[in-house]
Write a protein that binds this ligand. Structure first.
Ligand code: CA
Length: 228
């Protein structure tokens, strides 16, 4: 394979990898356990809501937004009825297409063994987007939870419900584990601004590169078509 074509293949791979990368919408650094814990970072046009507790929970000591009072035994419906949830979200002047979110969390041995996360966007109703039927007391790191079904989002509210505790004194916490530009966050929500940005979109850059490779052959053209 000629060197020029090899370079083009690397260029296409690089652009494709970068096209898949989303922008940060809102992120929370677990710094302390009292409220409010403001959003630690937010995208352009985004106003992050603080990380907060539902009425069924109380804070405990520590630096990891630790909460107790989670539903003992029970079901998700019990946790909803009791207000046993953490909540976060944002409002934005710019609509965003969600891509994914990440969260790192843990619990004490007597804390909630089951959790689920619901999401409501643009004033709609809550839908479950993630669940963990066996929360490890050793901690859990979950990245890339798919949210791509949510497009043109201008407001969002997440609720993390926990139940299945042994004791109401059992706690649940969120812990920093996702690096964004040198800061470690416990919760990170990613997406792309739905409106076109001022810079060329990765897709059009890809097309420019491909159209400049008139002699590169059909292989690259097929790849370009598949990538769009
Ligand atoms: Ca409670």
């Amino acid at each position: 394979m000629p060197h020029r074509v090899l370079s083009a293949v690397f260029a296409v791979a690089w652009l494709t990898a970068n096209a898949a990368q989303a922008d940060l919408i809102v992120a929370y650094e677990s710094e302390y356990s009292f409220t409010p814990l403001p959003a630690g970072a937010a995208g352009a046009g985004v106003t992050g809501a603080p990380l907060a507790r539902g009425p069924g929970l109380t804070e405990t000591s520590g630096s990891t937004f630790r909460s107790e009072g989670w539903t003992t035994g029970g079901t998700k419906a019990d946790a909803i009825a009791a207000g046993d949830f953490l909540t976060w979200g944002f409002a934005s002047a710019v609509p965003y297409d969600f891509t994914d979110f990440s969260i790192q969390y843990g619990r004490s041995f007597a804390g909630p063994g089951v959790m689920a996360i619901d999401l409501a966007v643009n004033g709609g109703s809550f839908t479950q987007v993630f669940s963990d039927p066996a929360v490890s007391p050793d901690g859990e790191t979950v990245s890339g939870i798919d949210l791509s079904a949510y497009q043109d989002v201008t407001s969002a509210t997440f609720r993390l419900y926990g139940w299945g505790s042994l004791l109401s004194s059992g706690w649940f916490e969120v812990t920093n584990g996702f690096d964004v530009e040198g800061t470690s966050y416990a919760i990170v929500v990613n997406g792309n601004a739905a409106e076109p940005a001022a810079v060329p979109e990765p897709g059009s850059v890809l097309l420019l590169v491909l159209s400049g490779l008139a002699g590169a052959g059909g292989l690259l053209r097929r790849r370009g078509a598949a990538g769009n």
